[in-house]
Design a protein around this ligand. Structure first.
Ligand code: GDP
Length: 315
């Protein structure tokens, strides 16, 4: 009987609006959601998608490629492939089938556990806006407690920086054929490769990022074949390297005479070498592949499947 009396008394007390009861009730109401938040956020792993960044000069076809992967094949008259003029990069979420198929068209439908998701991030190609693109590559990917990323000066979403898996540098192979576009294109590529080289140079721990030089517009008969795009770019990169380091080379200073990292910082590839080749980037774990293709003009060129397969391998 006494137990029942005790329970009754407790029940009555809990229904009596005394200050103690009110305080306990208030605490429960306020603390329960906070506790629930901590329990849920501790048990749910925070996932960041791997990202692939699209860079390259204006007019190379970056936006067209993004649109193609997002919406499937375009007709050549489609207005969907117009350059986006916004200053902030746009990104789309794509998935690659785990049992990789040969065509992006099949992969686009991949869903469920067999699909690996990633972000394809477009960047503006205009010279004045390139630092945005470059800051994405130099970001170390170390996340601060407040969610910002070390080394990034832009307001890029943290998830796009945290897991940079690959860089696609798009070039217009038809524009390269007349030679005028070569210096500016190579200048941009130099900056991109140097940024990636610096990520791993000097013993820094950063995951190596492979580069695909996508020689676009091969549907046009005026376009240079991928092998020529490669050799022309290598030659021009070598020339830029020589010009940039003119003072240094003339003074006869060798790599051994310099303190680690000093001056050699802006030298791309193997220090002191005469000719530049993309293979020299392997010294810094940066693998460079040059593959030809086209976004527009289906059936008139190799298409975009080889690029898609390259990306799929790196995710
Ligand atoms: P972005 O500045 O790098 O984003 O370049 P865009 O995607 O805006 O492309 C510039 C122009 O090149 C557009 O008119 C596209 O239709 C065209 N273009 C893109 N890819 C190809 C291609 O493979 N072949 C041809 N012939 N034109 C292309």
């Amino acid at each position: 009987m006494t137990v029942l009396d005790d329970l009754k008394a407790l029940f009555e007390a809990s229904l009596t609006p005394t200050p103690a009861v009110l305080t306990i009730g208030l605490l429960i109401v306020l603390l329960a959601p906070i506790l629930l938040h901590f329990i849920l956020s501790a048990t749910t792993p925070y996932t960041t998608l791997p990202s692939v960044v699209l860079v390259g000069p204006s007019g190379a076809g970056k936006t067209a490629l993004l649109t193609l992967f997002e919406r499937g094949p375009l007709s050549s008259s489609s207005s969907a492939a117009a350059t986006h003029t916004s200053q902030t990069p746009s990104s789309i979420e794509l998935s690659v089938s785990a049992n990789s198929t040969s065509s992006f068209r099949d992969d686009l439908d991949a869903t469920g556990s067999a699909a690996k998701k990633f972000l394809l991030v477009d960047t503006p190609g205009h010279a004045k806006l390139r630092r945005h693109a470059l800051s994405r590559l130099t970001a170390s990917g170390t996340k601060h407690a407040n969610g910002s990323i070390a080394g990034s000066g832009t307001a890029a979403p943290p998830s796009t920086l945290a897991k940079l898996k690959a860089v696609v540098f798009m070039v217009d192979a038809a524009a390269l054929a007349d030679g005028d576009a070569l210096p500016s294109t190579a200048e941009y590529l130099y900056e991109v490769l140097l940024a990636l080289q610096k990520r791993v140079a000097g013993g820094k721990k950063a995951a190596p990022v492979p580069v695909l030089v996508a020689a676009n517009k091969l549907d046009l008969f005026t376009a240079l074949p991928a092998a020529l795009v490669k050799s022309n770019l290598e030659m021009e990169l070598g020339r830029i390297r020589k010009t940039r380091s003119k003072g240094l080379l003339d003074s006869g200073v060798g790599a051994d005479d310099l303190a680690a990292g000093e001056e050699t910082d802006d030298w791309l590839g193997e220090y002191g070498s005469d000719k530049f080749t993309f293979k020299q980037m392997l010294e810094f774990d940066v693998e460079v592949d040059v593959i030809g293709g086209n976004v527009v003009g289906e059936g008139e060129g190799p298409g975009a499947d080889k690029w898609w397969r390259w990306i799929a391998e790196k995710i």
